[in-house]
Design a protein around this ligand. Structure first.
Ligand code: FE2
Ligand code: FE2
Length: 256
């Protein structure tokens, strides 16, 4: 009986390690344990707040690999020769675009964290946390691309994270229908924004394109899931304010 119980504990631990301990191939980072998603543990309200603070600190100042993510590999352009290095001016432009995308992912993940913090529905919370982990993949992919371009993420990320957590919590406190509608509208605006970036990226930059195209597929899925779960349409003034905030973030993150 005791041996069987031990075997079951080991089996469960192996499953969790397979899912949540991500070791990228050829990575110089030997310690890369992802935090266990809150949905797998019973968390008090204080635990949840501290978990969000922890995520904010990781996103703002830690290595991109220390941020919670689902662990999917970075999308690569398949069947094409390795892209030639970009000239310095083009590389700066691409880095600006990828910095904007990274800042957008910081905000997106923070919105999900803020919403998950306050929702009372465990199924909605699980959806939010799973989507936030996929936003974590996007964060890592964008940060890696910035590293390869010898550039940096936005210096304003702590501001975007903190502000977006608060906005997410306010949306969450408005009820799940509004909260999910807020996600659907956010993702819809992000999709448009990613489409615009695909037209602004140089054709030769297949590395950034592969990342953005996968991100767009994920955002479409997040929007569709939010709507399928009962997301409500938001009033036009709210959508307009969301566009204005996004504009402020994207125009500043390109440079800073
Ligand atoms: Fe995303
Ligand atoms: Fe998303």
């Amino acid at each position: 009986m005791g041996a069987a119980k031990d075997r079951e504990v080991y089996r469960q631990r192996a499953v969790l390690e397979r899912v949540f301990v991500h070791k990228p191939p050829n990575s110089a980072f030997s310690y890369n344990k992802r935090p266990m998603p809150a949905s797998l543990r019973h968390l008090s309200p204080l635990d949840r707040i501290l978990s969000v603070v922890d995520q904010g600190l990781r996103v703002s100042w830690a290595s991109p690999r220390a941020t919670a993510a689902s662990g999917r590999p970075t999308p690569r352009a398949g069947g094409e020769p390795a892209p030639a290095p970009l000239d310095p001016a083009t590389a700066r432009h691409v880095a600006g675009l990828m910095r904007v995308n990274h800042a957008g992912e910081v905000a997106a993940q923070a919105l999900y964290h803020g919403q998950a913090l306050v929702t009372r529905d465990p199924a909605v919370r699980n959806f939010l946390q799973a989507a936030a982990l996929e936003e974590g993949d996007h964060l890592l992919w964008c940060a890696e691309r910035l590293e390869s371009l010898h550039s940096h993420t936005s210096r304003l990320n702590p501001l975007w994270y903190a502000g977006s957590v608060v906005i997410g919590a306010i949306a969450g406190l408005s009820g799940d229908a509004i909260s999910l509608g807020f996600i659907a509208e956010t993702e819809r605006q992000v999709e448009g924004h990613l489409d615009a970036h695909l037209t602004r990226l140089p054709a030769a930059d297949t590395a950034s394109r592969a990342i953005i195209e996968q991100m767009k597929q994920d955002e479409v899925k997040h929007r569709q899931h939010a709507l399928a779960r009962g997301g409500a349409a938001l009033p036009a003034p709210v959508r307009a304010v969301m566009r204005a905030v996004a504009k402020l973030m994207t125009s500043s993150a390109y440079w800073v």
